[in-house]
Design a protein around this ligand. Structure first.
Ligand code: FAD
Length: 346
């Protein structure tokens, strides 16, 4: 078993700027901020007076949060490191990954080992520990397809527990960690089963086209490369323009209702996801409502991706919230559809 881990000492920082800890680049402060690199350090934090006397929030890389104001409590930043191969089978491996590992670093590790199962999820920002929370997905793949177990620390009992894939209740951008047990568990490690046989899921989006343009054959490494190219062209880089990816979830409606909407809006975009349900492209709804590129102050709807709200520089969390409410209201008025934020509001 090969594991790589870093060690440093736990401490609490006060009145800490979170600007570099959220991809929206919102300049809000935390009353207290502390990092943990192991379960034992996490226990130390949970046993501290600062923990007992304050509200708390578990933070990964802040790529799916919107800080609406200063956080008057303790932010606990997951930095648990390490990638360990637990089992090596004929067709697959089981790998255990620290919750603080950068997601894309793990994808790059996986493809460098010629393993398959997460390559389509390349370049999604954030940590491995947050990946099960909203069951990250892109380009025809969801992380639930590769997760075998989630190790999570029960804050009440102060014991580590293991959730099987089934226990996680994974759904589209959802899991038990966003619902039933929200704020009750801290994900410390995730186990993945990765295939030694390439899955080569290339039918979604423009992956095949991109591989052709690059003159590359289908394999996990090349698929990751194609996805990275496509994503870099399509999505604003948070280092350049603050954002948290898709701000809203794609709403799921009855297909019957979709067919009625289609009569009124012949170009409306939807994908049938079951016998009776259709998932609508929220980006199309926003774009067709004339809001793509809309800007108020430093808060805006991205000029190419209507689903992405952006911070042009000095927008506050409240500016982004006001914009999101305007978008929601417009969509409800125009189509009678309520769209919900995918992003966690803090
Ligand atoms: C440019 C851009 C593109 C994106 N593209 C996609 C995409 O294609 N698909 C997709 O699914 N998402 C996408 N996202 C959203 C984001 O990358 C994912 O949701 C990611 O998993 C968030 O990871 P994080 O570490 O930044 O979590 P954070 O934003 O820090 O936290 C998100 C939530 O998870 C909770 N959380 C974090 N870590 C833990 C833990 N260890 N234990 C318990 N709870 C925890 C937090 O409390 C919070 O509620 C994108 C974001 C950006 C900025």
């Amino acid at each position: 078993m090969i594991c790589f881990t870093t060690f440093e000492l736990m401490n609490f920082l006060e009145n800490f700027s979170l600007k570099k800890h959220n991809t929206f680049g919102i300049d809000a402060k935390a009353k207290y901020f502390s990092e943990f690199i192991s379960v034992s350090e996490l226990k130390d934090i949970l046993n501290s007076e600062i923990y007992s006397n304050n509200k708390t929030f578990v933070l990964g890389e802040g790529s799916n949060i919107l800080l609406t104001k200063d956080f008057e409590g303790l932010i606990m930043h997951n930095k648990i490191n390490g990638i360990c191969i637990l089992e090596d089978h004929e067709n697959s491996i089981i790998v255990e990954v620290g919750g603080g590992v950068n997601w894309n670093d793990f994808v790059m590790w996986s493809v460098s080992q010629e393993l398959s199962g997460i390559e389509n999820l390349a370049l999604i920002p954030g940590t491995v520990g947050a990946s099960p929370v909203q069951n990250i997905g892109a380009y025809g793949m969801e992380v639930k397809e590769s997760i075998s177990k989630v190790h999570a620390f029960n804050i009440k009992t102060r014991k580590s527990e293991i959730f099987s894939n089934e226990d996680c209740n994974f759904e589209y951008r959802n899991s038990i960690f966003k619902g039933e047990v929200k704020n009750k568990f801290i994900i410390t490690k995730v186990e993945f089963e990765l295939s030694k046989t390439p899955l080569n899921k290339t039918t979604y989006g423009a992956i095949q086209e991109e591989l052709k343009t690059l003159n590359l054959r289908e394999n996990p490494k090349n698929i990751a490369k194609a996805v990275i190219n496509i994503r870099s062209r399509k999505l604003p880089d948070p280092q350049v323009l603050g954002n948290s990816g898709s701000f809203f979830k794609n709403p799921i409606i009855k297909t019957e209702r979709f067919n009625k909407l289609k009569k009124e809006f012949p170009n409306i975009v939807g994908y049938k996801i079951s016998e009776t349900k259709t998932k609508l492209a929220a980006g199309w709804l926003i774009d067709n409502a004339g809001l793509k590129g809309y800007r108020k102050g430093d808060a805006g709807v991205h000029k190419n991706q209507a689903l992405v709200l952006v911070n042009y520089g000095n927008a506050s969390g409240q500016d982004i919230i006001n914009l999101s409410k305007k978008v929601q209201h417009t969509i409800l008025e125009k189509y009678g559809i309520a769209i919900e934020p995918e992003v966690n509001l803090l």
